[in-house]
Design a protein around this ligand. Structure first.
Ligand code: TRP
Length: 459
């Protein structure tokens, strides 16, 4: 079957890179999934959306919608054996679908470009905080903690410098190639990340307030579930798995044909969730031990947490280890985002890898500078009432990602030939049926529900 795609993806099939084995795939895919979404976004959303209520709804969304779409994307990549745009074209052609379906990958390309441009800016903030943590937060007062982040946003020079460093770190790895760059970086960073996280967890069990953190996250409180909780939970499930952007398609396209897709996807979701929950427990245990509030929102990581590090035992060392962990998480995700875009240039436009990555990095760097300036010198500049940073974030996560996810669900659930799906997934009949119901009905309806809500609730 794959042989028929040789012409349409001439860059490819025979010379295509492959992950070394199944565990390498699980590791890089988890590396993409585990990022700022897990360590920054998930904890602060849990903190502001009623703790356990959010956690519960999130887990349901992740299993019902996230996992089924993740399986769909990996499948499309492996069957299409190409970048996030051409894979659709190849699968559409094999299913004799209307050529329109071959073009839906472009939505993901636009989205992932927006994401890369602001993700590297946030990556830069984390680098700055890693350095600050290395110097030590001792003596930090509550006032200084909150102004510390504001003053970072107010200084374009520092923001742009760190953004540049982060873009270079990301592009540098992607340039080295699929196995010798991306896989190698993940093989080092993901185990290191797990190691640091487990160390921090043990520390917080013994030296921080773990019982309160546990209660906050798992004490069942269904009365707190409302529309906004459901909406944020579904959005978070999308973001954390990087769905609707072609990332999982590209990573799936480097997957050997004998690997079990559904099982690998399940491992990724479990790892991603475990890491998000462990990180949140660590953060809340530390925050509660210092009697600080959990609901600071986006400022939880950079405003509240440094304050806790400032006054706790071994805070200097723990603080530094924590921010190294966040840098690793953000870096492996940024690498996957950069690879998604580069693969399109390499395969569709036949650019050499180095040139493609350079072009992607420089473009994202330029747009990212706009995002840096939107916090200071260009704060007056608004497009659709949003500054550049917020525009890139909202456009991708509220519009393009769900739209592309919807298209993928409809494409896989209704358009692609069933034999082709079954052949690629090789699931037992019952499990296949469950996935089919999820991708045909649950995922599209849930996404349409997000859309209706986004446009009816004030943002
Ligand atoms: N999932 C990552 C996180 O949780 C971010 C990420 C990686 C991403 N690849 C993506 C987000 C593609 C959107 C699209 O931080």
């Amino acid at each position: 079957m794959q042989a028929t795609f040789q012409n349409s993806t001439s860059a490819g099939v025979l010379t295509r890179n492959h992950w070394t084995n199944r565990w390498a795939f699980i590791l890089v895919t988890a590396g993409s999934a585990v990022g700022l979404g897990n360590i920054w976004r998930f904890p602060y959303m849990t903190g502001t959306q009623g703790g356990s209520a959010f956690v519960l709804v999130y887990l349901v969304c992740l299993l019902a919608v996230g996992l089924s779409l993740l399986i769909a994307e990996i499948l499309l990549g492996r069957r299409g054996r190409a970048d996030g745009v051409s894979s659709f074209a190849n699968v559409a052609q094999a299913s004799k679908a209307h050529p329109f379906w071959g073009k839906i990958g472009w939505i993901g390309v636009i989205s992932v470009f927006c994401i890369l441009s602001f993700y590297t800016v946030v990556g830069g903030w984390i680098m700055e905080y890693m350095v600050r943590a290395g110097i030590g937060f001792q003596g930090l007062t509550p006032d200084q903690a909150s102004t510390g982040f504001e003053s970072l946003l107010a200084s374009p020079g520092t923001l742009i410098t760190w953004h540049t460093v982060f873009v270079a770190m990301t592009g540098g790895v992607v340039m080295l190639g699929v196995t010798s760059g991306i896989e190698r970086a993940n093989r080092f960073m993901m185990p290191a990340l797990l190691f640091i996280l487990i160390g921090l967890l043990i520390y917080s069990i013994f030296s921080a307030d773990m019982p309160s953190a546990w209660k906050f996250m798992f004490h069942f409180s269904p009365e707190k579930i409302d529309r906004s909780v459901i909406l944020s939970a579904l959005g978070q499930a999308f973001f954390t798995l990087g769905l609707g952007n072609g990332t999982m398609i590209v990573y799936g396209s480097y997957l050997k044909s004998e690997t079990d897709i559904a099982r690998s996807a399940l491992y990724v979701v479990v790892l991603d969730t475990l890491i998000a929950i462990m990180a949140s427990l660590v953060i809340f245990a530390i925050v509660f031990a210092q009697n600080l509030p959990p609901g600071a929102g986006p400022g939880l990581l950079l405003g509240t947490l440094p304050l806790a590090f400032a006054s706790m035992p071994a805070g200097h060392f723990i603080g530094f280890a924590f921010f190294v962990l966040v840098v690793f998480a953000a870096w492996t995700s940024a690498i996957s985002i950069c690879e998604t875009l580069s693969a399109v240039l390499i395969e569709r436009f036949k650019l050499a890898r180095k040139k493609a990555v350079a072009l992607v990095s420089v473009s994202a760097w330029i747009v990212g500078i706009g995002a840096c300036l939107s916090f200071n010198n260009w704060s007056e500049l608004k497009i659709l009432d949003l500054g550049i940073f917020d525009l890139l974030d909202s456009l991708s996560s509220k519009v393009l990602m769900p739209l592309s996810g919807l298209m993928i669900a409809i494409f896989c659930g209704w358009i692609v030939k069933r034999e082709l799906l079954q052949d690629e997934l090789k699931l037992s009949r019952t499990v296949y049926r469950v996935w089919e119901v999820a991708i045909k009905w649950i995922a599209p309806l849930a996404i349409i529900a997000i859309f209706i809500n986004i446009f009816t609730i004030k943002t």
